[in-house]
Design a binder for this molecule. Structure first.
Ligand SMILES: *Cc1c(COP(=O)(O)O)cnc(C)c1O
Length: 388
């Protein structure tokens, strides 16, 4: 009997999400309102931060964060090439320049040794956007020290890193501003959505205002009984607000965020165990002192020991009913960045060589132990079949 295809990612949507959404739908207030406020307050207390601002994506969050720290045309911002398009495109929104620093070969996070070397070459550098890749926090102690030494802003792309601690501190309380994603595949979801956290009052106010047309009062104040009709537009803002419908899903997801993280962690350890006997497979390296959110579980192929390449490996998994993916195609080899800045693949050799060898396997709370076993067996089967 042919088994059902196991998708690469699935959200965990249960009765409590449905109930929360239904309540909002029946309340008469479906856009930004009391549910968003509730979600923001619950998120802030979960993280232990002063401000949490809900927006409609992590991309919007990153954009607002760069606006808040005053990024200008011609400035430079450092990030890594192994990230999603969003991290670099927001820099381009300002006609500023994304400057890539290669990744650490073990964690695939920004290489902090190369970071400082690169900073010394730049004259218009304004900020660093570390990406907590796959859910493993970057070396924040080094990054914050470098940022202080060179007077740079730190905007964390924590799209993969909720909820996790770095050396005992929650991600969302370390850098100047932290941006989270609630996209459908992320560790908690609102369908589409994001959250910004910061300790800085002025930045928080600026991001709140710019998230809704540069208006100095939000819609809830304007239209509720106690609000007034009067508002002022203080800048040309954006339309980045989250709806109460989405926030309702978020409120329910937040309540089980730790449980879902535990499940992801369990799946990761089952995979680690299963792949231990396979020298062809390098399992994820987790640094001491950090928690891993396990948004992604990425294996690296020892291609020298196999007769097939990464793409064929993914095809073989698909033939066995397993969905897999690649995170990420390095930004510098995409046509836009390649042609705008004249990059060659080998300009960031670790990112490029890593890219050719990585496969993201399914890892999500909805997976049963049987599903995990099927994935592990399929990987095992492909390795044995195509071993050199
Ligand atoms: C998903 C993702 C984003 C963008 O998140 P959205 O909420 O979809 O805008 C940004 N950075 C990284 C690393 C991501 O994986």
């Amino acid at each position: 009997m042919k088994e059902k295809f196991l998708p690469f990612a699935l959200p965990l949507i249960e009765e409590d999400e449905k109930r929360e959404v239904l309540e909002v739908l029946e309340s008469g207030w479906i856009t930004t309102g009391p549910k968003v406020k509730q979600f923001e307050q619950a998120f802030a207390s979960f993280i232990g931060c002063k401000h949490a601002i809900a927006v409609n994506s992590c991309t919007a969050a990153l954009h607002l964060a760069l606006d808040a720290i005053g990024l200008k045309e011609g400035n430079e911002v450092i990030t890594t090439p192994i990230t999603f398009a969003a991290t670099a495109e927001v820099i381009r929104y300002f006609k500023a320049k994304p400057v890539f620093v290669d990744i650490d070969p073990e964690t695939f996070n920004i290489d902090v040794k190369k970071l400082e070397t690169k900073i010394k070459e730049l004259s218009k550098l304004k900020a660093i956007i570390p990406v907590h890749f796959a859910g493993q926090p970057c070396n924040m102690d080094s990054i914050m020290k470098i940022a202080t030494d060179y007077e740079l802003g730190v905007i964390e792309d924590a799209a993969h890193a909720f909820p996790v601690k770095y050396n005992g501190r929650m991600i969302g309380t370390i850098g100047d501003i932290t941006c989270f994603s609630f996209y459908a595949t992320k560790t908690i979801t609102t369908g589409e959505g994001g959250m910004i956290t910061t300790e800085n009052d002025a930045w928080a106010e600026r991001m709140r205002i710019m998230s809704l047309h540069g208006i100095s009062k939000d819609a809830w104040n304007r239209y509720s009984a106690e609000g007034s009709w009067y508002y002022e537009v203080i800048d040309a803002g954006y339309k980045y607000n989250l709806t109460d419908i989405a926030a309702a899903i978020g409120v329910a997801q937040l309540r089980k965020a730790n449980l879902m993280r535990e499940r992801r962690k369990k799946i990761a350890s089952m995979y680690n165990e299963a792949f231990k006997p396979l020298p062809e497979i390098v399992t994820p390296a987790v640094k001491a002192g950090v928690e891993h959110a396990w948004h992604l579980y990425i294996i690296k192929l020892n291609l020298e020991m196999l007769t097939i390449d990464r793409n064929q490996f993914i095809e073989e998994l698909k033939n066995r009913g397993i969905g897999a993916s690649v995170h990420f195609i390095p930004l510098h080899i995409h046509p836009y960045y390649r042609d705008t800045y004249g990059y060659k693949p080998e300009d960031f050799p670790v990112a490029y060589q890593t890219y050719k060898r990585i496969i993201s396997l399914p890892i999500y709370p909805k997976m049963t132990d049987g599903d995990v076993g099927r994935v592990a067996e399929s990987v095992n089967d492909v390795v044995k079949r195509f071993r050199r």
